[in-house]
Write a protein that binds this ligand. Structure first.
Ligand code: TEU
Ligand code: CA
Length: 541
């Protein structure tokens, strides 16, 4: 029997907050640190152990804070450094740690390093960024930036291009420069000193880019850089560290999350997220979601990292559409399917992440037209596609299905104006369904999605099999049922879910008639013919 006594984060559940959309405290329409402090009792009630805070550092907000101009200060829009210190302290009083978001692949073009760097080629900060000579009309190569356009931006005064994998206002840092690395480590140590509980590392697999070879993710120096950073910083504390790695496969994840702790605690991998991504196309080109493949991919990660690494478990974040709208049914079975998806994820081995509003079953949004959208990615894509002759309605359908603003509409606290998010005008409109989907209603209803998440989080703390049990996928080819067991010594748990909107037979439930029900998403007893989106977790010991 395996027993994970060591790391606190193996028992933890993390809650992600997108600060600008969580709770506004001063009526300017933007969520802030004081707003988060007000909601700590709510988060304690949910039972989470840590908050991953999307970036709150000083930033011109070209990409909502993922363009940092000062790593050691808080953006006035969110509060002050004192507020941040207070948040860390107060959260601790509620048993909650704060995980900062480190954006280390790039800075803002308004960071003082970049302002210096572009002054002249012999400025001491010039080599903090990635420059190539060229002429005005011929960039070094054809590489494209994530948010549209060339990855190279011409600076006429220098006769050089700088490299940016994201927006023009997000110049890439040059990790080959030892001074850059040292500055970063000192900054991390400074935050550790302030008592943060860990870090989420933005697009960390892209730091070791080799633009001349057109390499972005998984550059040759990647793991050497990460090991150095880990040794110089994280390993000096008891931190949770999670790297964002779109380019990770199971083998790489074993390096990243090696139990010897020389890199990170874990990574976010995206294989289960990108199943409908078509070869050579963009995320906006929609395709059907393959259910059987979803099971196999998740099973592969569960088995592949067992004893040799550690999984993060997530359906959602601030870049992704809402899970109940994507894999569930956000209309007649919204509550049932939101709970089913939660049970499946929280039954697996790894550290679960809950994205704000997921615990309420919040859904995607469909604003009338592009003028309501704020995200640089959607707005730029809309322009590019419409100019290229795409039908406007089709482009809107892509945004409805995949746009990042789906996750960024304000948190739905109650049925009052603007969902109780702000007394002013919210920076992005509230999803009109807030009158029925909101925290106040759910807190008054014992059968709500909220209490289902609360119970799942509690079960993980009570039953070691959630943390340690070995995963086995059952009925892998079944088109409706998602079922697996977790086994830890004599303790055996079955997670069985109907992933469809129709009734489904689950023959293996016959063996489990005498088992104890840990959680179930319909009132009354579970049925052998599972009803639409019915899910149950059973245990034998
Ligand atoms: O996201 C990484 C990233 O590659 C995203 O652009 C992602 O591919 C996209 O959202 C899906 O279409 C991280 C952050 O999570 C994101 O919010 C930032 O915009 C990005 O890095 C740049 O810092
Ligand atoms: Ca505010």
């Amino acid at each position: 029997m395996v027993k994970t006594q060591d790391k606190w984060w193996k028992h933890a559940v993390v809650y992600q907050i997108y600060p600008r959309s969580f709770q506004d405290s001063n009526g300017d329409g933007i969520g802030d640190l004081k707003g988060i402090m007000e909601r700590l009792p709510y988060l304690e009630k949910l039972g989470i152990d840590a908050i991953w805070l999307s970036p709150v550092c000083r930033s011109p907000q070209d990409d909502n804070g993922y363009d940092i101009s000062d790593y050691q200060d808080i953006d006035p829009m969110f509060g002050t450094l004192e507020d941040m210190e207070e948040l860390i302290r107060k959260a601790k009083d509620h048993g909650i740690r704060i995980i900062m978001d480190l954006v280390l692949n790039h800075t803002s073009d308004e960071h003082r390093w970049f302002l210096e760097a572009k002054k002249s080629k012999d400025n001491p900060y010039h080599d903090y960024y990635v420059w190539r000579d060229g002429t005005e009309d011929t960039p070094p190569n054809e590489m494209r930036a994530s948010f549209g356009g060339s990855a190279w931006e011409w600076v006429p005064e220098l006769g050089q291009y700088y490299f940016h994998q994201f927006s023009v206002k997000q110049p890439d840092l040059n990790w080959e420069n030892e001074k850059v690395r040292r500055e970063i480590y000192d900054m991390i140590l400074w935050w550790m000193d302030k008592g943060v509980g860990g870090f989420r590392l933005d697009v960390i697999d892209q730091i070791a880019k080799e633009p001349d070879l057109e390499i972005t993710a998984n550059g040759p120096m990647l793991h050497a850089f990460i090991r150095e950073m880990s040794r110089e910083t994280f390993q000096k504390g008891e931190l949770i560290t999670v790297g964002e790695a779109w380019g990770a496969d199971v083998e790489r994840a074993k390096l990243y999350s090696n139990p010897n702790g020389n890199e990170f605690s874990m990574v976010f991998q995206f294989e289960h997220i990108g199943l409908d991504q078509q070869e050579g196309k963009e995320k906006w080109d929609l395709a059907p979601l393959p259910f059987v493949k979803l099971k196999k991919v998740l099973a592969k990660w569960q088995t592949g990292l067992y004893g040799r690494g550690w999984n993060s478990l997530f359906w959602n974040n601030h870049d992704l559409p809402r899970i109940v709208s994507r894999w569930g049914n956000d209309r007649e079975y919204r509550v049932e399917s939101a709970k089913m998806l939660a049970a499946l994820l929280h039954g697996m081995q790894g550290t679960p992440y809950v994205y704000q509003g997921e615990e309420l079953g919040m859904t995607n949004v469909r604003f009338a037209d592009i003028s309501h959208y704020k995200d640089i990615e959607s707005v730029n894509m809309y322009k590019e596609r419409v100019e290229a002759g795409y039908d406007k309605d089709d482009v809107m359908e892509s945004i409805y299905a995949r746009g990042r603003d789906n996750a960024r509409t304000p948190m739905q606290w109650d049925g009052s104006a603007n969902a109780g998010f702000t007394a002013g005008t919210p920076w992005i409109e509230v999803n009109p369904n807030y009158t029925t989907i909101n925290a106040r209603e759910e807190l008054e209803d014992q059968d709500s999605v909220f209490y289902f998440y609360q119970k799942l989080i509690r079960l993980r703390k009570e039953y070691p099999v959630f943390v340690d049990g070995k995963f086995e996928l059952l009925m892998p080819e079944d088109e409706k049922i998602f079922a697996y067991t977790r086994t830890n010594g004599d303790s055996r748990m079955l997670v069985c879910a109907n992933f469809s909107g129709e009734q489904a037979e689950c023959p293996l439930l016959a063996e489990w008639v005498d088992a104890e029900v840990l959680i179930h998403n319909y009132p009354g007893e579970w049925s052998k013919k599972l009803r639409p989106y019915e899910a149950v977790i059973l245990i034998q010991s």
